[in-house]
Ligand binder design. Structure first.
Ligand SMILES: NC(=O)c1ccc[n+]([C@@H]2O[C@H](COP(=O)([O-])OP(=O)(O)OC[C@H]3O[C@@H](n4cnc5c(N)ncnc54)[C@H](O)[C@@H]3O)[C@@H](O)[C@H]2O)c1
Ligand SMILES: O=c1ccn([C@@H]2O[C@H](COP(=O)(O)OP(=O)(O)O[C@H]3O[C@H](CO)[C@@H](O)[C@H](O)[C@H]3O)[C@@H](O)[C@H]2O)c(=O)[nH]1
Length: 439
């Protein structure tokens, strides 16, 4: 099938590459010429395990192309995926300007039947707006051309995006017309040869399903984070509580890890957008308001622990930070806890040396020349003469450090463990002061 993907971010690029891997002809469009230049020259603008390989092999096979030419992109695919950003507006609602611009671009140029597939995360009712935007453009040039608008929200996780796309738990498709449904079934047939994973529904329900999934996952995390704070006060261990409740299949083990707050480009913005949708519809979402509030507070829990140990004024103190990305296996720092923590430490007069296995370039972009912050490309060098190590991201390489060396390099053997990577009793036995979350 000939497919156009509009937007070459985390979702668009993975979607395009994975659909090409299944034998489709894919053209990826972006308005950012720099991203397209990198892709055309054989690079990959984001860090996503396995993505470079499938891009390279499909480009070599002639099935995957990149362009900034909108005319070419609209003419190319019968299926037109919209995978552009939907960042939060000032009031927290999803900003639909990029989605609607992409829709208008299609309406302005299409000369034959198209299925417009919304992969971006968008509030209920957006497909109607996309349909109307295309209709308006067609009518402006007196064109009568049939088209379908389909909702196909994406559930991939950064860091395992290729795997998630290739082996999805489910494929949600919201469609109201047979032509659109037939194309979507054909498109996804290779991804579900053994099990029928397609969950077909109306468009509005599909749009809401995406927010419901993220809101549920964010709720579990905030719930565990609050319980962790309580566990600390009561002398209980949240890790044992997690194992205790996770064994109930109605609860399950996934997404129950207490930590220093959830980040990323999705949970924070999608919780906000759903709360806003509720307000617009006259339905207050009290649970989600608390989920957001709890997470904002959780991102400051490490700062609070540090101030309790070293005092409110951190002038003259120096800290080592492990982990800048919002989660492991990505260089994405959108809404990362590291940003809040490092901002707090610098504002209190401390200096910080930070290390991340892949997010250094992104960190340079995010922090610029922030005074007092040094980004160091060595997991051990970053520790030298620090008053404490602060672990913010649960990268695998942080799990089993050489504690003897760590103790020698630090000025004082203090570890703030924002992701509960270490056993408190082991660290204590090695002579460390260990400050985990909820233990
Ligand atoms: N990142 C994730 O893990 C993830 C997972 C599931 C769903 N989503 C959702 O998917 C959408 C995209 O997310 P992302 O993280 O890939 O975003 P992103 O910011 O990484 O990429 C979006 C891309 O779209 C491009 N773009 C904007 N307007 C355009 C236009 N008119 N034509 C062509 N290109 C245009 C931008 O230049 C950018 O490269 C969002 O709605 C997000 O909520 C993201
Ligand atoms: O038990 C847990 C699990 C995760 N996190 C944190 O939650 C955030 C988000 O993690 P994750 O969900 O793994 O990453 P994302 O790539 O943001 O993926 C989420 O957001 C995507 C965009 O909508 C969805 O497609 C995915 O299904 C959904 O998991 C990160 O900061 C994690 O550290 C925790 O604190 N505790």
């Amino acid at each position: 099938m000939k497919i156009t993907v509009v937007g070459t971010g985390y979702v668009g690029l993975v979607t395009g590459a994975c659909l090409a891997e299944m034998g489709n002809d894919v053209l990826c469009l972006d308005v950012n010429p720099e991203k397209i230049r990198v892709l055309q020259e054989g690079g990959v603008p984001i860090h996503e395990p396995g993505l470079d390989k499938i891009i390279a092999s499909n480009v070599a096979a002639g099935r995957l192309h990149f362009t900034t030419d909108i005319d070419q992109a609209v003419a190319f695919g019968t299926a037109q995926f919209i995978a552009v950003g939907t960042p939060p507006d000032e009031d927290g609602s999803a900003d639909l300007q990029y989605v609607l611009e992409a829709a208008k671009n299609i309406g302005r140029r299409m000369n034959e039947y198209k299925v417009v597939i919304d992969k971006s995360t968008v509030p209920v009712g957006t497909a109607d707006k996309v349909r109307a935007a295309i209709a308006e453009e067609l009518s402006a040039r007196c064109a009568v051309i049939d088209y379908s608008v389909v909702s196909n929200p994406e559930f991939l996780k950064e860091g395992s995006a290729v795997d998630d796309f290739m082996k999805p738990d489910r494929i949600v498709v919201g469609a109201d017309d047979e032509r659109g449904i037939t194309l979507m079934k054909a498109l996804y047939a290779p991804f579900q040869r053994n099990h029928d994973k397609l969950v077909l529904m109306d468009v509005r329900s599909a749009e809401l399903t995406k927010y419901a999934a993220n809101a549920m996952l964010a709720t579990r995390i905030s719930f565990m984070n609050e319980l962790a704070l309580l566990a600390e006060k009561l002398g209980a261990d949240i890790e044992l509580v997690r194992r205790g409740i996770g064994s109930d299949p109605r609860i399950g083990y996934h997404f129950l890890y207490a930590g220093c707050g959830y980040g990323g480009s999705c949970f924070p913005k999608d919780v906000k957008a759903l709360i806003r949708s509720g307000e617009e519809a006259g339905q207050t979402l009290r649970v989600l308001q608390s989920v957001e509030e709890a997470n904002d507070a959780q991102k400051r829990v490490l700062t609070e622990k540090i101030c309790k140990r070293f005092g409110e004024d951190l002038k003259g103190r120096h800290f080592a930070v492990w982990g800048l990305a919002f989660k492991p296996n990505t260089d994405d720092m959108r809404e990362a806890t590291s940003r809040v923590l490092i901002g707090d430490l610098l504002a209190r007069g401390a200096t910080v040396a930070a290390y991340d296995p892949v997010a250094h370039e992104e960190a340079h972009r995010v922090f610029g020349d922030a005074q007092g912050l040094e980004l160091i490309r060595s997991q051990t060098d970053v520790l030298r003469k620090a008053d404490a190590l602060i672990v913010v991201t649960e990268w695998k390489e942080f799990r089993c450090p050489d504690f003897v060396e760590l103790k020698q390099l630090l000025r004082t053997p203090v570890v703030f463990d924002g992701r509960n990577l270490y056993e408190p009793s082991e660290l204590r036995a090695l002579g460390f002061e260990h400050y985990p979350i909820g233990r």
